[in-house]
Design a protein around this ligand. Structure first.
Ligand code: ATP
Ligand code: MG
Length: 335
């Protein structure tokens, strides 16, 4: 078997929250093959961004990690500062959730786009600008030469996110970590930006970890989808099998929580998941989803279910098999 491009192996992240160390990502493992796209899905606070930042070694001050991250077989936590810089500028790129927070407002956009090429690739400024203009055109930003001289406040949210994507792609990375690249955008812009990412990924055979809270969107653009809840992975399977074989009640609830067209073409109702999502450190013993689960049984409160193979995927639920089979727990008392 060939080595996957990215292997995340039992990754845990602990951060100071209100002055106390709290574990926000626990024992997360997944891999992404060359040219493959993996969706990482979950509600707010489930640990998606911290997982991506831990992969890049871009965690907030005071954070610590356990486990390993390997890129093409090389351990990222073991990389020297020089190797890390080279890796970040040549082989991997991240699109951040909030582009305004990551683009220097007092320097022109051209500097933001060119600096990685000039600093790490020994490309001259003129050539870097030519590449920046090309990159902006690729993400459908009109009037690219003029745009290079402008500042971030002169860009709408949608345009700025395109700039972020252009900056991520300018170095032609093998892996793109895209953290909610479309969440802050209106629906039409969202669709345009998604189409750009999808097209570029396919053209360049780039691998991607695509982070979103929208399970259907992840399933539409990714080969496989991994679902996080309270800092842990609770399901992972091929995206085209999620609807049929989704075996975790949380996955099922997420699939049901989005308006969908029913057979008559009417808008379905939004079946919101009751209760609130938990951060990893708020999770009780047993299954973290128990309080919100329609199938909760006493064992769910006493024993944490492990991520185990179910129907060609993985799910962490004591009753995953029966949920996937549709023999949904008749007669099981709620705890
Ligand atoms: N800089 C930080 N300092 C302390 N705690 C943080 C920090 N950033 C995130 N957290 C906490 O870590 C947990 C995981 O956060 P993370 O940002 O990974 O969630 P997320 O799944 O990306 O959520 P969202 O969908 O809102 O982006 C949350 O409880 C969050 O409050
Ligand atoms: Mg996030």
């Amino acid at each position: 078997m060939t080595t996957p491009l990215l292997e995340v192996d039992s990754l845990s992240v602990t951060l100071p929250v209100d002055g106390r160390p709290q574990t926000v990502v626990s024992d997360v493992s997944f891999s992404v093959g060359a040219g493959e796209a993996l969706g990482l899905v979950g509600e707010s606070g489930s640990g998606k961004s911290m997982t991506a930042r831990a992969i890049m070694r871009l965690l907030p001050k005071g954070a610590s990690t356990l486990g390993d991250v390997r890129f093409d077989g090389t351990s990222v936590p073991d990389m020297s500062a020089k190797s890390l810089r080279e890796w970040r500028s040549m082989r991997v790129a991240m699109v951040f959730q909030d582009p305004r927070a990551h683009i220097n407002p007092v320097r022109p956009i051209g500097d933001f786009l060119c600096e990685v090429l000039v600093a790490n690739r020994k490309v001259g400024r003129k050539q870097a600008e030519r590449r920046a203009v090309e990159a902006l055109r690729t993400v459908h930003v009109a009037d690219a030469e003029r745009r290079l001289r402008q500042y971030s406040y002169e860009f709408s949210g949608g345009l700025l996110q395109r700039v972020m994507i252009a900056a991520a792609l300018i170095t032609e990375p093998q892996l793109l970590l895209a953290d909610e690249p479309t969440t802050a955008l209106d629906v039409t812009t969202q669709e345009e930006v998604m189409a750009i990412i999808d097209e570029l990924r396919r053209d360049r055979q780039m691998s991607m970890v695509f982070i979103t809270h929208d399970l259907e969107l992840a399933a539409a653009v990714c080969d496989r989808t991994a679902v996080m809840y309270a800092g842990r992975l609770v399901e992972e399977r091929a995206s085209d099998r999620l609807h049929r074989d989704g075996a975790h009640p949380y996955t099922r609830a997420l699939l049901g929580a989005r308006p969908s067209l029913d057979v008559d073409g009417e808008r379905g109702t939004l079946a919101a998941i009751p209760g609130r999502p938990l951060a990893g450190y708020e999770a009780p013993d047993g299954c973290a989803f128990a309080d919100r689960c329609p199938y909760c049984h006493p064992v769910c409160r006493s024993e944490r279910p492990e991520l185990t193979p179910v129907h060609n995927g993985l799910a962490a639920c004591h009753f995953a098999e029966r949920i996937a089979d549709g023999t949904v727990l008749e007669g099981l008392p709620r705890a």
